[in-house]
Write a protein that binds this ligand. Sequence first.
Ligand code: ADE
Length: 231
Amino acid sequence: MRIDVVAAVPELLHSAIEYSIVGRAQQKGLVTIHLHNLHDFGLGKYRQIDDYPYGGGGGMVIRCEPVAAALDALLQEGQPDEIIFLSPEGDTWNQALANQFSLKRHLVLVCGHYKGIDQRVVDSYATRIISIGDYVLTGGEIAAAVLIDSVVRLLPGAIGDEGSALTDSFQDGLLAPPVYTRPEVWRGLRVPSELLSGNPRIVEEWRFQKALERTERKRSEGLKSKTEDTR
Ligand code: ADE
C-alpha cells in the first residue's frame, strides 16, 4: 500500500508513522508513507497557503491553488484509489471503514488547518470526506495519523501475531474483553480462573461473555450499527 499525506504541518505526523506497528510496517515494505508540505506549493515569496474568509468572520481558510498543485503533482504519478479530505463534517471514521480502506492500493489524505479548506477544491478532488469524531481539532494531521494507524495495523503481516488484529474491539461488532498478564495475583487481585484453566473452549466462552457484557454496558445504543459503513 502507498499513502500520501498533504498537510500544512506534516511534522505532526512524524512520530505516528515512524514508530511501533506503522514504523515497522514501513520497514517491512508493507506500506510506504509520503508526507507533503502544503507550503511547498504555497503562493509567492512567502509560500502563502491561506487567506481571509469571504463573508468575514474569524480564522483563515486554506486556498485552492496550493492544494490543487499538491494533488496535481501526485496525480501525475498515477491515479490513487481515494483522495480523502479530513474534516469534522465528514463521515465518521470507524472499524468498518478501516477494514474497507485497508484493501486499497493507494490512498491520498488531505489535511485541513485553520478554519478549513476552500470548498471548491474539496468538491473538485475529494472522493471521500472523513471525520474522526464530533469535535474540532486544530488541523486534520492528527486525524490523518489516526486513520493511518487504524488502516496499517490491518495489513497482513503488520502485526506479529496474525490473529491479533482480528480479535481487536469492533472486528466482530463487539468491544474486546479485558486482558491480563503476569503476575497471577497482584495486590490480592487474581486473574480470572477461566483464563488459567488451560482449556481453550472455556477461555473462548469467557472472552465472548465478557465482550458481550462490556458492549451492553458501554455501548447500549447497539454497537452493530457503528461497525456498518453508512455511506
Ligand atoms: N479536522 C479538524 N477536526 C477534525 C476531525 N474531528 N476529524 C477530521 N479532521 C478534522
